[in-house]
Design a protein around this ligand. Structure first.
Ligand SMILES: [Zn+2]
Ligand SMILES: [Zn+2]
Length: 311
């Protein structure tokens, strides 16, 4: 149909002058007629996200409407009453949770952990599952990522399992290779991290500092210290800590500590890395070796054992 004719038909439907509306990929997203109480699906799809979008057209609340009938003539395999999540359950405590996308508003179904009040503690989603229509009418997956690996060359956000940057095509660092190299060298230390602690402390001049200590299952430690006084220091903290450690990127705008006490207060929003790699500080003046953290590995899925996993 021509746009104009289409618009007037849709308007007539919304005004309840037309009872049934048939469409092919036109009303899947962004269409809102709350009184719809029957969805007849004639389209087979493998995509949970698309299926949810289609069914979702009938799930808006409306006065006098108490149910929505879904007739699936295409034999889609999804369960209407259980949110379907493609990924295997990552943790025995995980439950299906809904996480809105800050970019496209799609309600994502991910595995997640909730507290006793039912509030979301953490979710395992990596990328928004929403479909966005381009100007040419093509549907593409929204590219907002909740977890990502930043490319060291162009800073593009890549899937945490990606081997090559999707933007500049450079090879991304292979965490196994990094660990293997570090384990071989005497001036490198690898910590299989099982937890971390944030502490408000002071340096020798009495200036407030944030100390973050990472420890492994045997109690070995590595730590790093941040000053949070100037805008530059706060920026560095964001790049070296917040951006990497935040459990939920949706909270990012609110998480900008300006004092170590504030950061300690926000500790529950931060996750610890799976591995911490440190390099020995050069110079003869130290009685004991000094270690500077050079790399933190998150979302690790390689062949080395993570803390709390059986070997
Ligand atoms: Zn999205
Ligand atoms: Zn890149």
């Amino acid at each position: 149909m021509q746009d104009r004719a289409r618009d007037s038909v849709i308007q007539a439907f919304k005004n309840k002058q037309i009872k049934f509306l048939v469409n092919v990929s036109v009303l899947t997203t962004g269409f809102d007629a709350p009184h719809v109480d029957l969805i007849a699906i004639l389209r087979p799809t493998e995509s949970v996200a698309l299926y949810q979008q289609i069914v979702g057209r009938g799930l808006r609340l409306h006065e006098g409407k108490s149910e929505c009938v879904v007739l699936d003539y295409a034999g889609n395999k999804f369960d209407l009453f259980e949110p379907q999540i493609d990924d295997p359950k990552p943790d025995s405590d995980a439950v299906p949770v809904q996480v809105p996308c800050p970019v496209c508003d799609h309600e994502n179904n991910f595995w997640g952990l909730i507290d006793n009040d039912g509030d979301l503690i953490e979710h395992y989603g990596r990328r928004c599952q929403g479909l966005i229509e381009s100007n040419e009418g093509l549907k593409q997956q929204c590219d907002f990522r909740y977890r990502f690996k930043a490319c060291g060359y162009c800073n593009a956000e890549n899937d945490i399992a990606a081997r090559q940057c999707h933007q500049c095509l450079e090879l991304l660092v292979d965490p196994d290779k990094r660990l293997q190299e570090a384990l071989k060298l005497n001036d490198k230390k690898v910590l299989r991290c099982s937890g971390m602690v944030l502490e408000s402390t002071a340096n020798k001049q009495g200036k407030a500092r944030l100390k973050i200590t990472y420890f492994d299952e045997d109690g070995a430690e590595l730590s790093e210290i941040f000053a949070l006084q100037t805008a530059t220091q706060q920026g560095a903290f964001y790049h070296h800590f917040t951006k990497l450690h935040l459990k939920d990127r949706l909270r990012l705008p609110q998480i900008k500590p300006k004092h170590p006490d504030e950061a300690v207060h926000l500790a529950k929003h931060f996750r610890h890395p799976d591995f911490v790699i440190a390099s020995q500080r050069q110079g003869k003046k130290f009685h004991q070796p000094q270690w500077d953290i050079s790399e933190k590995l998150f979302d690790y899925e390689g062949r080395y054992r993570r803390a709390h996993e059986l070997g």
